[in-house]
Design a binder for this molecule. Structure first.
Ligand code: NAD
Length: 491
């Protein structure tokens, strides 16, 4: 396990010697002590990234040359996939098969953006037909510069990959700050990049508190672009910081996503996807479909099956065989989720199952997954993101009512619909005000497809070609091509 900061191709201790403890949420034991960077370290990291961008030529490499490094990183991750996945479990608590899936996805993300980096060489410019034939014009894409990337704790390595891979593919250099709760696999990414021979300063990883190291990144005047995934309140701070220096900014924030199940859906299929939509990763998923709207004709039957299956989920240490729900990431998160369930109860909701510590667990931030019913529409439980294994289920009568309830949120990250009627699902998909819509499923996420939210769920899109665009500027180059003098002042 690494513990130091990775700056300018070197492993270094924080200048002021600060540290933070890494706790295993399954055992509550400290498993590592890592560096806590301050503004001084961030300044060194940003200057290294600046040098790598301005002087050392990372953006001058061809896309194909950058792609070689990205593929080497992908292979480096894959070569140590199980080991890194195990580290993710120790740090975050998620079940091993989920961590293994994430790490494979992270490697795939580097491969995908290697492909897009190569395409930048094949299609570097777009000719523009102008209305005035005395000129020709073209648009070229160029990297923005130094990207400051700040990520949350729910998918530690995968979120790092979603930022670092497109940024490096585009030709940007990066200063990445992982979440203070889960920094270990980001440090492994630095180790893998180092082994891949990535030039010094191209990728810098600073661990530490958001309010110190994170704030120093967003305030740094030599950072050109801020890429953030996390909570709305911190997203607002990032926009405010970006506003001062007109930094480019992309935000992936929270959600309270709906899942509409119509009366013709197969009940077991629906229960499977409802559970996958909220219990995967202990419900600590920005796109979790946490508000489930079920047609009244099947509501009772679906609810009964959902409770039955939810009570069967095997809870335990993510390293144990067969576990499908690990501990929440931290004591704070555990207490917040418990408080949200208590708040729901006080507001008049029924806790139909779960919502408390499972029997036999006296250590670890374990929680039995909860199904809430009768949740008032104006209660926090219905309106606010809980970010835990807690689902609100509610009946509806008509399609119109379901769409109205689904869209009645200040968030708009994702939405799901289930029905056998092809025309209806397309109509509902079109009516959702959300950046990601799933039909007859919930949560499958693909590196090739755009990811991001409407409304307060964010700005910009990650993944696919949209993710690359996040790190590119568009430059117009226009040439005067006739021999005839312009003749405005000089006749
Ligand atoms: P958070 O906003 O508290 O922290 C996210 C990151 O921001 C961390 O690295 C943290 O250290 C840093 N940070 C905190 N204060 C900062 C500051 N003042 N300046 C700069 N950086 C600062 O969020 P979290 O609790 O880690 O993650 C949970 C949230 O993330 C949820 O709301 C969830 O919906 C959201 N999320 C969104 C997506 C998405 O793709 N839309 C994905 C995962 C998580």
């Amino acid at each position: 396990m690494r513990s130091e900061l990775y700056i300018d191709g070197q492993w270094v201790k924080p200048i002021k010697g600060g540290t933070c403890e890494v706790i295993n949420p399954a055992t509550e034991e400290t498993i590592q002590t890592i560096g806590a960077a301050t503004a001084e370290d961030v300044d060194v990291a940003v200057k290294a990234a600046r040098r790598a961008f301005d002087k050392d030529g990372w953006p001058k490499l061809s896309g194909a040359q950058r792609a070689k490094y990205l593929r080497a990183i992908a292979n480096g991750i894959r070569a140590r996939q199980s080991e890194i996945a195990r580290l993710e479990v120790l740090d975050n608590g998620k079940p091993f098969p989920e961590a293994d899936w994430d790490i494979a996805d992270a490697a795939g993300c580097f491969d995908f953006y290697a492909g897009l980096a190569e395409q930048l060489d094949n299609n570097p410019q777009e000719t523009i037909v102008l209305s005035d034939d005395r000129f020709i014009s073209k648009a070229v894409k160029e990297p923005i510069g130094v990207a400051g990337a700040i990520i949350p704790w729910n998918y530690p390595l995968l979120m790092a990959a979603w930022k670092v891979a497109p940024a490096l593919a585009a030709g940007c250099t990066v200063v990445l700050k992982p979440a203070e709760l889960t920094s270990l696999t980001a440090l492994e990414l630095a180790a893998v990049a180092d082994e891949a021979g990535l030039p010094a300063g191209v990728l810098n990883i600073v661990t530490g508190a958001g309010s110190v190291a994170g704030q120093a990144i967003i305030d740094h005047q030599q950072v050109d672009k801020l890429a953030f995934t996390g909570s709305g309140p911190v997203g607002s701070k990032i926009m405010a910081a970006a506003a001062r220096d007109i930094k480019r900014v992309s935000l992936e924030l929270g959600g309270k996503s709906p899942f509409v199940v119509f009366e013709d859906a197969d009940i077991d299929e629906a229960v499977e996807w409802v559970m996958f939509g909220i219990f995967w990763n202990q419900g600590q998923v920005c796109s979790a479909t946490s508000r489930v709207l079920v047609h009244e004709a099947i509501y009772d039957r679906l609810l009964a099956r959902l409770i039955e299956e939810t009570n069967k989920i095997k809870i335990g240490n993510g390293l144990e065989e067969g576990v499908l729900l690990g501990p929440l990431v931290s004591k704070r998160q555990y207490e917040q989720v418990i408080a949200a369930i208590e708040g729901a109860r006080k507001a008049g909701a029924t806790v139909a199952c779960g919502g408390r510590r499972p029997d036999g667990f006296d250590k670890g931030y374990y929680l039995r997954p909860a199904v809430l019913t009768d949740v008032p529409l104006d209660s926090d439980a219905w309106v606010e993101e809980i970010f835990g294994p807690v689902v609100c289920v509610r009946p509806f009568k008509t399609e119109e009512e379901a769409i109205k309830l689904a869209n009645d949120s200040r968030f708009g990250l994702a939405a799901a619909v289930m029905s056998k009627d092809d025309v209806r699902v397309e109509r509902v998909a079109a009516a959702f005000r959300a950046g990601i819509v799933w039909i007859n499923c919930s949560q499958p996420t693909f590196t090739e497809a755009p990811w991001g939210g409407y409304k307060e769920s964010g700005i910009g899109r990650e993944l696919g070609r949209w993710g690359l665009e996040n790190y590119l500027e568009t430059k117009q180059i226009t040439r005067y091509i006739t021999d005839k003098p312009w003749g405005w002042y000089i006749k």
